[in-house]
Design a protein around this ligand. Structure first.
Ligand code: PMP
Length: 358
């Protein structure tokens, strides 16, 4: 048949539907874009340390971050428990990325989304949430045990509505389960079981404890390591048994914690170390300069920790971490000269990275 404008649509439609596509390769809508992220070799760092430093590119999830897996599992959990029915509302307290993941899912699945955030998070995340149709309220930063903490706002708001659920990412273990069922098995399969250590910064604890739990079941010798930003209590807790903050507050977002969440409890953690902002930020720019990877500061922290671990463990080891999200979410903070200057982070940054600042 000769193709003409009149018949080509018909021919294409019928040949498309007859064709046998690979169910393995085609992703089913937004939900199908969660998980099976690339495992990326960080070439320069691997060369230098003579280790394999690998990172799950979690920004390749449909909602653009490490929190999309948890967002999907949290919604599925609420549906299974009958806490959420068609047309209902998902309410969450979040530093932003879980909210962004949830807002994407809510659009794809027909739910409303209401988000409460602390007011020290990047404007880009707030703008994106609003673009995705979420209702966003920012509240002053205060600790978990203060009733004005953003999570309690979220809980109270969900309680006040019909057909609404507070997904409660910090203490709902559906979050950890996402990484037990997806991220952990992916890392195991992709490294052919050769992974020696994983290291992650932690917000809810879902990624670290979920991946750690799965991999320890496979091989108890795999080292599970926590990397903690300044101002968090987790390093002191896992190293010295004390819930005591390290000094300072961090430019990183989405990681660091003031308490032991349900998702962290029982996590099989072998070691913990603190990472200072200066190292996390310099590594963020090193990733851009040397590897062409444009990421947020929690990724810089993760990769610095993986690098440090590689140096400690010595050549021949395979160390896995993750790239949590992209730099787009932090233009006005992390990639801005004045902000880095005001935090004392500009002078310590190699001059060659200054070209990436505006
Ligand atoms: N990095 C970023 C940018 C995040 O938003 C989060 C989640 N808050 C994490 C890392 C840590 O993930 P998790 O909650 O699984 O510990």
């Amino acid at each position: 048949m000769v193709l003409t404008w009149r018949n080509c649509a018909l021919v294409l439609t019928s040949s498309f539907s007859r064709r046998n596509y690979s169910q393995e390769l085609i992703r089913n809508g937004l939900v199908g874009m969660v998980g099976r992220t690339p495992l990326v070799r960080l070439n320069k760092l691997s060369q230098e340390t003579k280790c394999e430093i690998l990172a799950k590119a979690e920004m390749c999830n449909g909602g653009g971050s490490v929190k999309d897996r948890a967002a999907y599992f949290l919604i599925q959990d609420a549906l299974k428990k009958g806490q959420l029915k068609p047309g209902g509302t998902v309410v969450e307290g979040t530093a932003g990325n879980t909210g962004i993941g949830l807002a994407h899912m809510c659009l794809a699945m027909g739910f409303k989304c209401v988000i409460f955030m602390p007011n020290n998070q990047s404007q880009e995340k707030i703008d994106l949430l609003r673009t995705l149709g979420a209702t966003v309220t920012t509240v002053p930063v205060c600790p978990w045990d203060d009733p004005n903490n953003y999570n309690h706002h979220a809980r109270r708001y969900a309680e006040s509505l019909e057909n609404a659920v507070w997904t409660n990412q910090f203490d709902n273990r559906a979050n950890r389960q996402a990484h037990i069922e997806t991220t952990g098995p992916e890392i195991w399969t992709e490294t052919l079981g050769k992974v020696n250590a994983v290291v992650f910064g932690t917000g809810t604890g879902g990624t670290l404890s979920g991946v750690g739990t799965f991999l320890k079941e496979k091989n108890p010798k795999i080292q599970v390591v926590l990397a903690d930003p300044q101002g968090s209590v987790l390093y002191n807790y896992f190293k010295h048994g004390k819930l005591e903050r390290t000094p300072g507050d961090s430019i990183t977002e989405g990681i660091g914690q003031g308490r032991l969440t349900e998702n962290l409890k029982g996590a099989p953690i072998d070691d913990a170390f603190p990472v200072f902002d200066v190292d996390a930020v310099n590594m963020t720019f090193q990733l851009l300069h040397e590897e062409g990877l444009f990421v947020g500061a929690s990724t810089g922290l993760n990769v610095f920790a993986a690098y440090k671990l590689a140096k400690q463990m010595g050549p021949g080891h395979t160390i896995v971490t993750c790239l949590c999200d992209t730099g787009h979410r932090y233009y006005a903070k992390l990639y801005k000269k004045e902000v880095l200057q005001s935090r004392g982070l500009l002078d310590t940054m190699p001059q060659v990275y200054h070209r990436y600042l505006h």
